[in-house]
Design a binder for this molecule. Structure first.
Ligand code: GLN
Length: 484
């Protein structure tokens, strides 16, 4: 087995025993990144990576050990980093270098993780396919014609293609779970407020949440443990201490009640996805879980609610890109107003502009009550549906996406088709609940299918333990695409 195919635990053991150095390990990944055709990365700076690797080697030589010490990690280019550019996939920030590190970046660096670079993503994390990136679409390693999912597409690509053993992502409405599903890897978004948003370039602040990608639930648990924790620099950070999710993985499934929401298995679900999900649920049942039919009656309303609230917040968050404070400024303009107009017209892509317009509209006088306030009420009702469900079951399972990855360009004339495909991930986002995706097979065209698990608040450890148990008896998470 190549060292780029080892699990985090095996990597940490190998580093600890001196079988290979952090520098050798980082080099192997950097070589794979530079040979890759997948457009998974926006910025790679081998000198900086190797400097961090040498520092990890010094710590290892001094006898220090740690689950992430010397382990390479790729960061979604939404987390700001000193050294590497921080673009958010936008022309607006194409040359921007942050003077500080995001909290997540800082925490992982303190744990000794070695940054491999910044991964491709939809512009300001708006999208479900990674095609909205100023730096071009990333490609799905299982099929170069397919999208990798989005918005954290590059991070999912990096892990799926062994360009990084683990990667960070962000999930506002599904952007960790959906690309994990489409690339055949494991990904988790924790409870809103557990991972600091400080230094995460904002899309929709009441929904944005950092998350983890890995090949297995075990690897995700290790990464997520280093990411969570209270941060006074994020006003919505939860006052909750650290937690070691990797410690809590071995829990039996017997007696576990898994809710199966009828609304997640309606007409819109493609037969190939339905079949793979059905087989996975039967496996969970064999391992001792009890499947319970439940209802999340407002599921379909999550789409209109989310696509009002998220653009509303985005229109406010993105007002800071005015050509003055940082980032891109149009070259030619007359007065100040024209400078703003041209900067924003040239700096933002189509989808971002569409959302700024929708957001500004739903917040405007006369429409606020009709759209924004209604959407907030729906959001509350959706959260109440989950609360009622969690009185009957311990967690909820269903598909992540109604179909496997579609082709690059397939939805380009109709953005609403992308929005509709978010139906199964948006409800948990609106409620602030933790959710994850784990690979459970392949559908049409040999493209991966992910199973979604949704937990009650702070049930990350339980979710990961169920995924871990599943991965002890199946090998979907170990399947690898051919090198591209
Ligand atoms: N696809 C959703 C959107 O476009 C979710 C994106 C995300 O989670 N960042 O808004």
């Amino acid at each position: 087995m190549k060292i780029t195919e080892l699990s985090l635990k095996q990597l940490a053991d190998g580093l600890g025993k001196g079988e290979f150095s952090a520098t050798e390990l980082a080099r192997q990944y950097l070589d794979r990144i530079s040979a890759s055709q997948l457009n998974g990365f926006i910025d790679v700076q081998p000198d900086l990576t190797l400097e961090q690797a040498r520092e990890a080697d010094r710590r290892l030589a001094a006898g220090e050990r740690g689950a992430l010490l010397g382990i390479p990690v790729a960061h979604k280019d939404i987390f700001v980093t000193r050294g590497w550019r921080s673009t958010a996939g936008s022309r607006m920030l194409a040359d921007y270098v942050s003077p500080f590190d995001a909290s997540v970046v800082e925490r992982l660096a303190a744990a000794g993780a070695v940054c491999l670079g910044k991964t491709n993503c939809d512009e300001f994390a708006m999208g479900s396919s990674n095609e909205n990136s100023h730096f071009g679409a990333a490609r799905n390693p299982w099929d170069l014609a397919a999208i990798p999912g989005g918005s954290s597409g590059g991070s999912a690509v990096a892990v799926a293609a062994d360009l990084a053993p683990i990667a960070t992502g962000t999930d506002t409405g599904g952007s960790v779970r959906q690309p994990a599903a489409m690339c055949g890897i494991t990904g988790i978004k924790p409870t809103y407020g557990r991972v600091s948003r400080f230094g995460m370039i904002a899309y929709a602040s009441s929904l944005d949440q950092g998350g983890a990608f890995g090949r297995s639930a075990h690897d995700c648990a290790t990464l997520l443990s280093a990411m969570v924790g209270f941060d006074p620099r994020d006003s919505t950070s939860l006052q909750r201490g650290p937690e070691d999710f990797a410690e809590a993985l071995e829990q039996p499934l017997s007696g576990l009640r898994i809710g199966v929401p009828a609304e997640f298995f309606g007409d819109g679900l493609a037969p190939d996805v339905r079949a793979a999900i059905g087989t996975a649920m039967a496996q969970l049942e064999r391992e001792g879980a009890q499947l319970v039919e439940i209802s999340l009656p407002r599921t379909s309303l999550a789409i209109p609610a989310y696509y009002v609230i998220a653009p509303a917040e985005a229109s406010s968050n993105l007002s800071r890109f005015d050509g003055v404070r940082y980032g891109f400024r149009a070259e030619q303009y007359g007065d100040l107003v024209e400078m703003y107009e041209k900067t924003r017209a040239q700096g933002f892509g189509e989808e971002v502009k569409r959302r700024i317009m929708v957001g500004t509209y739903v917040l405007s006088h006369g429409y606020y009550d009709a759209y924004y306030l209604q959407a907030q009420k729906l959001r509350r009702l959706i959260a109440q549906d989950f609360r009622a469900a969690f009185e009957k079951v311990d967690l909820i399972a269903g598909p992540v996406s109604p179909t496997v990855a579609w082709n690059i360009g397939e939805h380009s004339d109709d953005p609403v088709r992308d929005y509709l495909a978010d139906i199964y991930t948006l409800p948990a986002s609106l409620a602030g609940l933790p959710g994850m995706s784990l690979p459970v097979g392949f559908g049409q065209g040999g493209r991966p299918v992910g199973l979604q698990l949704i937990g009650n608040y702070f049930a990350e450890a339980r979710l990961l333990s169920v995924a871990h148990s599943f991965q002890q008896t199946t090998d979907w998470h170990l399947r690898r695409p051919a090198d591209q």
